[in-house]
Design a protein around this ligand. Sequence first.
Ligand SMILES: Nc1ncnc2c1ncn2[C@@H]1O[C@H](COP(=O)(O)OP(=O)(O)O)[C@@H](O)[C@H]1O
Ligand SMILES: Cc1cn([C@H]2C[C@H](O)[C@@H](COP(=O)(O)O)O2)c(=O)[nH]c1=O
Ligand SMILES: [Zn+2]
Length: 193
Amino acid sequence: MRGIPSRPAGSVEVITGSMFSGKTEELIRRLKRALLARQRVQAFKPRIDTRYDVTRIVSHGATAIEAVAVATSESLEARVAEDTDVVAIDEAQFFDAGIVQTCERLANRGVRVIAAGLDQDYLGRPFAPMPELMAIAEEVTKVRAVCAVCGGTACRSQRLAPEATTVLVGGTESYEARCRACFEPRDVPRTAG
Ligand SMILES: Nc1ncnc2c1ncn2[C@@H]1O[C@H](COP(=O)(O)OP(=O)(O)O)[C@@H](O)[C@H]1O
Ligand SMILES: Cc1cn([C@H]2C[C@H](O)[C@@H](COP(=O)(O)O)O2)c(=O)[nH]c1=O
Ligand SMILES: [Zn+2]
C-alpha cells in the first residue's frame, strides 16, 4: 500500500477565453493569494510578448506582477526552482507544444501550475497548445469579455488589423472582444463604403 504523500499533490489550472476577458487579472489574483499564503511563486511569459513590459505580466487593466520572459518551454522548466510551490504561465498559447509535458512534469512533482491563454485564434480556431493543456488540467476556468459591438458576453477575439498570420501580438489597436453573433472570422477587414 502506498503511504501518505509527504508533499501536497500538484495540479494544472487553466484560465482561458478571448482577449480582454480577464485571464491575466485572474492569474494575478490567484498569484497574489498564493503570495499571501507565503508560497513560493514563479511567473513566466513568452519572450514574444513584450507589449506592456519585459519583466512583468501586465493586464489590459494595468494590474501587474513580476515575471521572467522565456523563449521555450524547455527554458521555462529549467528555471523552475526545486522549492517552488506555484508556477504561473501567461500567454500560454504562444509556447511550443512541449509546454504541455512541462506542465505535467511540474504538477507530477507537486507544483501548482496556473496557465492562462487564448482558447481561440482570430478565426475562431482552437489555439494550440491550449486544447491539450485544457485536456490535462484538473481545472479549467473560462472567462468572458464584453462584446465591443453589442455589449453582450464576448467569447471571440476579432482581429481589426489586415495581417493573416496566426501570431500577431497586439492590443486594442488590432483586436476587440466580440460575441459569437458579432464575430466576423475573416483575414482582411471590410473596407468602409
Ligand atoms: N471588451 C472588454 N471586455 C472586458 N474588459 C475589457 C474590455 N476591453 C478592455 N477591458 C479591460 O481589460 C481588463 C482585462 O484585462 P486582462 O486581464 O489583461 O484580459 P486578458 O488577459 O483576458 O486579455 C478588464 O478588467 C478591463 O479593464
Ligand atoms: C486572437 C489572436 C491574438 N493574438 C495575440 C494578441 C495578443 O498579443 C495576445 C493575446 O493577449 P491577451 O492577453 O489574451 O489579450 O495574442 C495572436 O497572436 N493571434 C490571434 O489569433
Ligand atoms: Zn456582440
